[in-house]
Design a protein around this ligand. Structure first.
Ligand code: PLP
Length: 360
Protein backbone atom coordinates (compact mmCIF):
# COMPACT_ATOMS: atom_id res chain seq x y z
CA UNK A 1 0.00 0.00 0.00
CA UNK A 2 1.28 3.46 -0.89
CA UNK A 3 1.66 6.35 1.49
CA UNK A 4 -1.52 8.25 2.40
CA UNK A 5 -1.00 11.89 3.31
CA UNK A 6 -3.38 14.46 4.74
CA UNK A 7 -3.99 15.74 1.23
CA UNK A 8 -3.14 14.87 -2.35
CA UNK A 9 -2.48 17.54 -4.95
CA UNK A 10 -5.17 17.58 -7.62
CA UNK A 11 -3.69 17.39 -11.11
CA UNK A 12 -5.98 18.16 -14.06
CA UNK A 13 -6.08 16.42 -17.44
CA UNK A 14 -2.53 16.55 -18.85
CA UNK A 15 -3.63 17.17 -22.47
CA UNK A 16 -5.67 20.15 -21.40
CA UNK A 17 -2.74 21.60 -19.44
CA UNK A 18 -0.52 20.95 -22.46
CA UNK A 19 -2.83 22.94 -24.73
CA UNK A 20 -2.27 25.97 -22.50
CA UNK A 21 1.49 25.35 -22.50
CA UNK A 22 1.37 25.25 -26.31
CA UNK A 23 -0.37 28.63 -26.21
CA UNK A 24 2.38 30.05 -23.95
CA UNK A 25 5.07 28.73 -26.31
CA UNK A 26 3.26 30.15 -29.32
CA UNK A 27 3.12 33.70 -28.00
CA UNK A 28 6.36 33.59 -25.98
CA UNK A 29 4.87 35.50 -23.01
CA UNK A 30 5.58 33.71 -19.70
CA UNK A 31 4.97 36.29 -16.96
CA UNK A 32 4.19 40.00 -16.21
CA UNK A 33 0.40 40.08 -16.28
CA UNK A 34 0.08 37.74 -19.27
CA UNK A 35 -3.15 36.81 -20.98
CA UNK A 36 -3.67 33.60 -18.94
CA UNK A 37 -3.31 35.50 -15.66
CA UNK A 38 -5.85 38.02 -16.92
CA UNK A 39 -8.19 35.25 -18.06
CA UNK A 40 -7.93 33.48 -14.72
CA UNK A 41 -8.64 36.72 -12.83
CA UNK A 42 -11.81 37.24 -14.84
CA UNK A 43 -13.01 33.65 -14.45
CA UNK A 44 -12.27 33.54 -10.73
CA UNK A 45 -14.07 36.83 -10.07
CA UNK A 46 -17.10 35.40 -11.83
CA UNK A 47 -16.95 32.01 -10.12
CA UNK A 48 -16.40 33.43 -6.65
CA UNK A 49 -18.83 36.34 -7.01
CA UNK A 50 -16.37 39.12 -6.19
CA UNK A 51 -15.69 42.50 -7.81
CA UNK A 52 -11.89 42.69 -7.86
CA UNK A 53 -9.27 39.97 -7.72
CA UNK A 54 -5.50 40.42 -7.97
CA UNK A 55 -3.47 37.26 -8.53
CA UNK A 56 -0.10 36.96 -6.80
CA UNK A 57 2.73 34.46 -6.36
CA UNK A 58 1.54 32.91 -3.07
CA UNK A 59 -0.82 33.31 -0.12
CA UNK A 60 1.82 34.67 2.25
CA UNK A 61 2.74 37.49 -0.09
CA UNK A 62 -1.00 38.15 -0.58
CA UNK A 63 -1.20 38.91 3.15
CA UNK A 64 1.87 41.16 2.98
CA UNK A 65 0.50 43.09 0.00
CA UNK A 66 -2.81 43.47 1.87
CA UNK A 67 -1.05 45.09 4.87
CA UNK A 68 0.88 47.43 2.59
CA UNK A 69 -2.13 48.30 0.45
CA UNK A 70 -4.00 49.39 3.57
CA UNK A 71 -0.94 51.06 5.12
CA UNK A 72 -1.22 49.17 8.39
CA UNK A 73 0.88 50.30 11.35
CA UNK A 74 1.39 49.21 14.94
CA UNK A 75 -0.79 46.46 16.40
CA UNK A 76 -2.97 43.97 14.56
CA UNK A 77 -5.45 41.81 16.46
CA UNK A 78 -5.32 38.26 15.14
CA UNK A 79 -5.95 34.62 15.94
CA UNK A 80 -3.36 32.32 17.52
CA UNK A 81 -4.93 29.28 15.84
CA UNK A 82 -3.82 29.29 12.20
CA UNK A 83 -0.99 28.40 9.88
CA UNK A 84 2.20 30.19 10.93
CA UNK A 85 2.17 32.52 7.88
CA UNK A 86 -0.81 34.46 9.29
CA UNK A 87 1.34 35.66 12.20
CA UNK A 88 4.82 35.61 10.69
CA UNK A 89 3.75 37.83 7.78
CA UNK A 90 2.76 40.51 10.30
CA UNK A 91 6.11 40.32 12.06
CA UNK A 92 8.15 40.45 8.86
CA UNK A 93 6.24 43.61 7.93
CA UNK A 94 7.01 45.36 11.21
CA UNK A 95 3.53 44.82 12.67
CA UNK A 96 2.90 43.44 16.15
CA UNK A 97 0.42 40.54 16.45
CA UNK A 98 -1.94 40.92 19.39
CA UNK A 99 -3.74 37.63 19.90
CA UNK A 100 -7.43 37.28 20.69
CA UNK A 101 -8.27 33.75 21.81
CA UNK A 102 -10.53 31.48 19.77
CA UNK A 103 -13.95 30.00 20.35
CA UNK A 104 -13.52 26.41 21.49
CA UNK A 105 -16.29 25.13 19.20
CA UNK A 106 -15.70 27.02 15.94
CA UNK A 107 -11.88 27.36 16.36
CA UNK A 108 -12.21 30.89 14.93
CA UNK A 109 -11.17 34.12 16.61
CA UNK A 110 -13.87 34.90 19.18
CA UNK A 111 -15.20 38.45 18.53
CA UNK A 112 -15.98 38.78 22.26
CA UNK A 113 -12.23 38.90 22.93
CA UNK A 114 -11.46 41.74 20.52
CA UNK A 115 -12.72 44.96 22.13
CA UNK A 116 -10.65 44.79 25.31
CA UNK A 117 -7.46 44.52 23.23
CA UNK A 118 -8.03 47.67 21.14
CA UNK A 119 -5.64 50.57 21.85
CA UNK A 120 -4.78 53.77 19.95
CA UNK A 121 -1.98 51.75 18.29
CA UNK A 122 -4.34 49.13 16.85
CA UNK A 123 -4.77 49.49 13.09
CA UNK A 124 -6.51 46.30 12.00
CA UNK A 125 -8.11 42.95 12.74
CA UNK A 126 -6.83 39.83 10.94
CA UNK A 127 -9.17 36.86 11.46
CA UNK A 128 -8.93 33.50 9.66
CA UNK A 129 -11.84 31.38 8.40
CA UNK A 130 -10.20 28.30 9.91
CA UNK A 131 -10.65 25.11 7.86
CA UNK A 132 -13.09 27.09 5.71
CA UNK A 133 -15.49 27.74 8.60
CA UNK A 134 -16.81 31.28 8.16
CA UNK A 135 -15.99 33.68 11.01
CA UNK A 136 -18.68 35.67 12.79
CA UNK A 137 -18.24 38.34 10.11
CA UNK A 138 -21.14 40.48 11.30
CA UNK A 139 -19.83 40.85 14.86
CA UNK A 140 -16.34 41.62 13.53
CA UNK A 141 -17.79 44.16 11.10
CA UNK A 142 -19.61 45.95 13.92
CA UNK A 143 -16.49 46.24 16.06
CA UNK A 144 -14.31 47.40 13.17
CA UNK A 145 -16.76 50.17 12.27
CA UNK A 146 -17.10 51.32 15.88
CA UNK A 147 -13.32 51.68 16.29
CA UNK A 148 -12.41 52.54 12.66
CA UNK A 149 -10.22 49.49 12.22
CA UNK A 150 -9.41 47.79 8.93
CA UNK A 151 -10.31 44.11 8.55
CA UNK A 152 -8.29 41.66 6.51
CA UNK A 153 -9.53 38.09 6.34
CA UNK A 154 -6.94 35.38 5.81
CA UNK A 155 -9.30 33.31 3.64
CA UNK A 156 -6.64 30.79 2.56
CA UNK A 157 -9.06 27.97 3.49
CA UNK A 158 -12.28 29.61 2.36
CA UNK A 159 -12.24 29.22 -1.44
CA UNK A 160 -15.83 29.15 -2.69
CA UNK A 161 -17.44 29.57 0.74
CA UNK A 162 -20.65 31.58 0.72
CA UNK A 163 -22.25 33.46 3.59
CA UNK A 164 -25.93 34.40 3.44
CA UNK A 165 -25.99 34.02 -0.35
CA UNK A 166 -22.85 35.96 -1.21
CA UNK A 167 -19.13 35.28 -1.25
CA UNK A 168 -17.54 35.29 2.21
CA UNK A 169 -14.63 37.06 0.49
CA UNK A 170 -16.66 40.27 0.19
CA UNK A 171 -16.37 40.90 3.95
CA UNK A 172 -13.63 43.16 5.31
CA UNK A 173 -11.51 45.59 3.28
CA UNK A 174 -9.45 42.75 1.83
CA UNK A 175 -9.57 38.94 1.85
CA UNK A 176 -6.56 36.89 0.84
CA UNK A 177 -6.45 33.42 -0.72
CA UNK A 178 -3.73 30.81 -1.07
CA UNK A 179 -3.54 28.71 -4.23
CA UNK A 180 -0.77 26.45 -2.95
CA UNK A 181 -0.77 22.85 -4.25
CA UNK A 182 -2.19 21.60 -0.93
CA UNK A 183 -5.28 23.82 -1.11
CA UNK A 184 -8.63 22.85 -2.72
CA UNK A 185 -8.11 25.12 -5.71
CA UNK A 186 -4.48 25.63 -6.66
CA UNK A 187 -2.07 27.13 -9.20
CA UNK A 188 0.96 25.09 -7.97
CA UNK A 189 2.10 28.15 -5.99
CA UNK A 190 -0.12 31.19 -5.97
CA UNK A 191 -2.56 33.39 -4.15
CA UNK A 192 -4.93 36.29 -4.54
CA UNK A 193 -6.29 39.44 -2.98
CA UNK A 194 -10.01 40.22 -3.05
CA UNK A 195 -10.26 43.98 -2.66
CA UNK A 196 -13.53 45.87 -2.32
CA UNK A 197 -12.31 49.41 -3.00
CA UNK A 198 -11.34 50.09 -6.65
CA UNK A 199 -8.69 52.69 -5.75
CA UNK A 200 -6.95 50.15 -3.54
CA UNK A 201 -6.90 47.62 -6.40
CA UNK A 202 -4.76 50.03 -8.40
CA UNK A 203 -2.35 50.43 -5.48
CA UNK A 204 -2.11 46.65 -4.96
CA UNK A 205 -1.30 46.21 -8.67
CA UNK A 206 1.59 48.67 -8.36
CA UNK A 207 2.81 46.97 -5.19
CA UNK A 208 3.06 43.50 -6.77
CA UNK A 209 5.12 44.94 -9.64
CA UNK A 210 7.94 46.86 -7.84
CA UNK A 211 5.67 49.89 -7.29
CA UNK A 212 5.78 50.67 -11.01
CA UNK A 213 2.83 52.43 -12.66
CA UNK A 214 4.25 52.99 -16.16
CA UNK A 215 7.54 53.67 -17.95
CA UNK A 216 7.91 57.02 -16.14
CA UNK A 217 6.24 56.71 -12.76
CA UNK A 218 7.02 54.60 -9.66
CA UNK A 219 4.46 55.87 -7.16
CA UNK A 220 4.75 53.08 -4.54
CA UNK A 221 7.42 51.16 -2.66
CA UNK A 222 6.70 47.76 -4.15
CA UNK A 223 7.96 44.23 -4.36
CA UNK A 224 7.77 41.37 -6.85
CA UNK A 225 4.70 39.23 -6.24
CA UNK A 226 3.54 38.35 -9.72
CA UNK A 227 1.88 35.10 -10.78
CA UNK A 228 3.27 33.54 -13.96
CA UNK A 229 1.51 32.05 -16.99
CA UNK A 230 2.32 28.40 -16.20
CA UNK A 231 0.67 28.80 -12.81
CA UNK A 232 -2.36 30.57 -14.31
CA UNK A 233 -2.70 27.73 -16.84
CA UNK A 234 -2.92 25.22 -13.98
CA UNK A 235 -5.59 27.37 -12.35
CA UNK A 236 -7.64 27.61 -15.55
CA UNK A 237 -7.61 23.81 -15.90
CA UNK A 238 -8.57 23.18 -12.27
CA UNK A 239 -11.32 25.80 -12.25
CA UNK A 240 -13.08 23.79 -14.99
CA UNK A 241 -13.10 20.76 -12.66
CA UNK A 242 -14.01 22.55 -9.45
CA UNK A 243 -17.60 21.30 -9.16
CA UNK A 244 -16.49 17.67 -9.56
CA UNK A 245 -13.69 18.20 -7.01
CA UNK A 246 -16.24 19.65 -4.61
CA UNK A 247 -18.70 16.76 -5.06
CA UNK A 248 -16.05 14.07 -4.48
CA UNK A 249 -14.73 15.80 -1.37
CA UNK A 250 -18.25 16.12 -0.01
CA UNK A 251 -18.73 12.34 -0.13
CA UNK A 252 -15.48 11.72 1.77
CA UNK A 253 -16.31 14.46 4.26
CA UNK A 254 -19.78 13.12 5.02
CA UNK A 255 -18.52 9.59 5.47
CA UNK A 256 -16.13 10.81 8.19
CA UNK A 257 -18.80 12.96 9.76
CA UNK A 258 -21.36 10.19 9.87
CA UNK A 259 -18.96 7.62 11.37
CA UNK A 260 -17.09 9.84 13.82
CA UNK A 261 -19.54 12.40 15.18
CA UNK A 262 -20.13 10.39 18.34
CA UNK A 263 -16.47 9.43 18.72
CA UNK A 264 -14.52 12.71 18.65
CA UNK A 265 -15.25 16.44 18.86
CA UNK A 266 -15.80 18.20 15.54
CA UNK A 267 -15.72 21.81 14.45
CA UNK A 268 -19.06 23.59 14.88
CA UNK A 269 -19.92 25.10 11.50
CA UNK A 270 -21.30 28.58 10.92
CA UNK A 271 -24.92 27.78 9.94
CA UNK A 272 -25.18 30.91 7.79
CA UNK A 273 -22.36 29.72 5.55
CA UNK A 274 -21.66 26.94 3.08
CA UNK A 275 -18.75 24.52 3.42
CA UNK A 276 -16.00 23.65 0.97
CA UNK A 277 -14.84 20.31 2.46
CA UNK A 278 -11.20 21.36 2.50
CA UNK A 279 -10.17 19.75 5.81
CA UNK A 280 -11.41 17.21 8.29
CA UNK A 281 -10.19 18.19 11.76
CA UNK A 282 -11.03 16.05 14.78
CA UNK A 283 -10.42 16.89 18.43
CA UNK A 284 -9.48 14.15 20.90
CA UNK A 285 -9.94 14.10 24.66
CA UNK A 286 -6.26 14.88 25.17
CA UNK A 287 -2.85 14.83 23.52
CA UNK A 288 -2.13 11.29 24.68
CA UNK A 289 -5.13 10.01 22.76
CA UNK A 290 -4.09 12.04 19.72
CA UNK A 291 -0.59 10.56 19.76
CA UNK A 292 -2.00 7.07 20.07
CA UNK A 293 -4.11 7.60 16.93
CA UNK A 294 -1.19 9.23 15.11
CA UNK A 295 1.05 6.24 15.87
CA UNK A 296 -1.53 3.59 14.96
CA UNK A 297 -2.19 5.28 11.60
CA UNK A 298 1.49 5.85 10.87
CA UNK A 299 2.07 2.08 11.14
CA UNK A 300 -0.38 1.73 8.24
CA UNK A 301 1.49 4.40 6.23
CA UNK A 302 -1.30 6.92 6.87
CA UNK A 303 0.00 10.37 7.77
CA UNK A 304 -2.31 12.81 9.53
CA UNK A 305 -1.23 16.40 10.26
CA UNK A 306 -1.35 18.38 13.46
CA UNK A 307 -3.06 21.45 12.00
CA UNK A 308 -2.58 23.74 13.80
CA UNK A 309 0.18 23.03 16.23
CA UNK A 310 1.79 24.72 18.03
CA UNK A 311 -0.52 27.58 18.93
CA UNK A 312 1.04 30.73 17.44
CA UNK A 313 1.25 32.57 20.79
CA UNK A 314 4.11 30.17 21.60
CA UNK A 315 6.33 31.44 18.75
CA UNK A 316 9.65 32.50 20.24
CA UNK A 317 9.84 35.71 18.19
CA UNK A 318 6.58 37.17 19.50
CA UNK A 319 7.03 39.87 22.14
CA UNK A 320 5.33 40.60 24.48
CA UNK A 321 4.51 37.02 25.49
CA UNK A 322 0.80 36.23 25.38
CA UNK A 323 -0.96 33.15 26.70
CA UNK A 324 -3.96 31.88 24.72
CA UNK A 325 -5.32 29.03 26.79
CA UNK A 326 -8.16 27.88 24.51
CA UNK A 327 -5.99 27.92 21.40
CA UNK A 328 -3.20 26.02 23.19
CA UNK A 329 -5.68 23.48 24.46
CA UNK A 330 -7.28 22.84 21.05
CA UNK A 331 -3.89 22.86 19.31
CA UNK A 332 -2.64 20.14 21.65
CA UNK A 333 -5.37 17.67 20.71
CA UNK A 334 -6.53 18.42 17.16
CA UNK A 335 -5.62 16.32 14.13
CA UNK A 336 -6.50 16.72 10.45
CA UNK A 337 -7.41 13.45 8.77
CA UNK A 338 -6.57 12.62 5.14
CA UNK A 339 -9.11 14.55 3.09
CA UNK A 340 -9.28 14.58 -0.72
CA UNK A 341 -11.63 13.36 -3.42
CA UNK A 342 -9.59 10.32 -4.47
CA UNK A 343 -9.30 8.90 -0.95
CA UNK A 344 -10.62 5.34 -1.32
CA UNK A 345 -13.50 4.07 0.77
CA UNK A 346 -11.34 1.17 2.03
CA UNK A 347 -8.60 3.40 3.33
CA UNK A 348 -11.11 5.75 4.86
CA UNK A 349 -12.72 2.81 6.63
CA UNK A 350 -9.28 1.84 8.01
CA UNK A 351 -8.78 5.34 9.34
CA UNK A 352 -12.23 5.44 10.93
CA UNK A 353 -11.83 1.99 12.52
CA UNK A 354 -8.37 2.82 13.85
CA UNK A 355 -9.72 5.95 15.52
CA UNK A 356 -12.69 4.11 17.01
CA UNK A 357 -10.38 1.46 18.47
CA UNK A 358 -7.85 3.95 19.79
CA UNK A 359 -10.25 6.20 21.70
CA UNK A 360 -12.12 3.57 23.71
C1 PLP B 1 -1.61 28.05 3.23
C2 PLP B 1 -1.88 29.19 4.16
C3 PLP B 1 -1.20 30.41 4.05
C4 PLP B 1 -0.01 30.61 3.15
O1 PLP B 1 -0.25 30.44 1.83
P1 PLP B 1 0.97 30.07 0.84
O2 PLP B 1 0.33 30.12 -0.49
O3 PLP B 1 1.45 28.70 1.21
O4 PLP B 1 2.02 31.11 1.02
C5 PLP B 1 -1.61 31.46 4.87
N1 PLP B 1 -2.59 31.31 5.78
C6 PLP B 1 -3.23 30.14 5.93
C7 PLP B 1 -4.32 30.05 6.94
C8 PLP B 1 -2.87 29.04 5.15
O5 PLP B 1 -3.49 27.85 5.35
Amino acid sequence: MGVINVTKTYLPNKEKYKSYIDEIYANGWVTNNGSLVQRLEKKLAEYLGVKNIVLVSNGTVALEIAYRTLGLKGFVITTPFSFVATTSSLVTNGLLPIFADIDKQTFNLNPKNIEKLITPNTSAILPVHVFGNACDVEAIDKISKKYHLKVIYDAAHAFGVRYKDQSILNYGEISTLSFHATKIFHTIEGGALIINDDALVKKARYLINFGIKNAEEIPELGTNAKMNEFEAAMGLCILDDIEAIHQKRKIVYERYRCELHNVVQMQTQNHNATQNYGYFPVVFKNETQLKKVETVLRKQNIFTRRYFYPSLDTLHYIEPKQYMSISRNIASKILCLPMYGELSEDIQKNIIDSIKRAVV
